[in-house]
Design a binder for this molecule. Structure first.
Ligand code: B16
Ligand code: MG
Length: 216
């Protein structure tokens, strides 16, 4: 193995919670309430596709024009950006910074494959830009996870073969994307949800090089 490629939301920081709150508020405005279980199906999925899924849930997928859908997505994003504006170094999930240092010292390349167009901004606010050799700009990615594109782009930028990469994800769609890219999948979260991952740690404190390498 030569590289680690990380998802951002739910793996490096808990911005997944802020995505949930912002989508939930929009959903309630549209009379489409949803719970955390449905929210699992939005994790790792692009902004546009997330909105489509919410509208489908409420049977409202034909109620809005393309322009209106763009406005709804923008509204959610403005809410999300306001929620994350206070994110600091203290919001890095436990064990993540130590793990990033450990793998850097051990000579692994380190990439980020986030579906978020806010990934660079969030990473900068966390003070972690220097920990990554490459962050894929989600704006340049055409296909949403579970499509492997974002992970393949990260591997290419790191000049590492996909089979030599370990992907780390908290989302079902993300784990699928890692496997579709031909990489080893580390899941962070509930093993009953992330059933397809090659190894699952219930939270980020399980991330140590030893813990990962002994399971490959
Ligand atoms: P944005 P990840 C994903 O980030 C989130 O999990 C997902 O909930 C969100 O809709 C998507 O980014 C797009 O984010 O609206 O900021 O462009 O988990 O792939 O790091
Ligand atoms: Mg995620």
């Amino acid at each position: 193995m030569k590289a680690f490629i990380f998802d951002l939301d739910g793996v490096i920081t808990d911005s997944a919670e802020y995505h949930y709150l912002a989508w939930k508020a929009l959903g309630e405005e549209l009379n489409i309430p949803f719970d955390r279980e449905f929210n699992e199906t939005l994790k790792g999925v692009s902004r546009t596709e997330s909105l489509e899924r919410i509208l489908r849930l409420g049977g409202r997928e034909h109620d809005f024009s393309v322009e209106e859908k763009e406005q709804l997505a923008t509204k959610k994003n403005e809410h999300y950006v306001s929620l994350i504006s206070n994110i600091t170094h203290a919001d890095i999930l436990p064990g993540v910074e130590a793990f990033l240092s450990e793998i850097r010292q051990a000579g692994y390349k380190v990439g980020m494959a986030s579906a978020s167009k806010n990934a660079y901004m969030v990473t900068k606010q966390l003070g972690l830009l220097a920990a990554f050799d490459h962050i894929v700009d989600a704006a340049t990615v055409a296909e949403s996870k579970p499509h492997p594109e974002v992970f393949l782009k990260a591997a290419e930028a790191l000049r590492v073969e996909p089979k030599d990469c370990i992907g780390v994800e908290d989302a079902v769609a993300g784990v699928e994307a890692i496997h579709a890219a031909g990489m080893f999948a580390v899941g962070i979260g509930d093993p009953a949800v992330l059933t397809e991952a090659d190894v699952v740690f219930t939270d980020t404190t399980g991330l140590t090089l030893d813990n990962v390498l002994t399971r490959i």
